[in-house]
Ligand binder design. Sequence first.
Ligand SMILES: [Zn+2]
Length: 182
Amino acid sequence: MSSLDEILSFNKKFVLEKNYEEFITTKFPDKKIVILTCMDARLFELLPKAMNFKNGDVKMVKSAGAVINHPFGGIMRSLLVAVYELQAEEIYIIGHYDCGMSAIEPKKMLQKMIDRGISHDTINMLKYSGVDLNEWLRGFEDVHETVKHSVEMVRNHPLMIKDIPIHGLVIDPATGRLDVCC
Ligand SMILES: [Zn+2]
């Protein structure tokens, strides 16, 4: 069942009653910070509250596991846009304990795709085209190592400002406690 009808009916009321007023701000982050974190549902409200951020304070980029899986992919491009076009002057990369990405087993996920109707032919065709699906879907074992790797990737990116501060942190999705990683 689709949730769209429910969302649209709530939305109509939200706009009509001007419930947006408390969120009015600009596209520029007031605290001049861009955050890359995980799409985990537990962090949706917890992370901003645990860091004392409200609407308009920061730019937030999300990916599964807070991973940057390509130096010229969409995540890295978002960080560059935040820094060069949207006045972010500091970068935070925040992984979390108990991340869904740490449990991903590519072979099992590929089997789920097949179970949901993706054909073996499609998967084989991608393999023959040079897409390493096992590598692409691979999760991680150590969140601290992953965050460090992402921090290094951003720090050494040829298009990133050399002296921009980049912080690596890990958050507890239950308590919101932050551990500084690098
Ligand atoms: Zn996660």
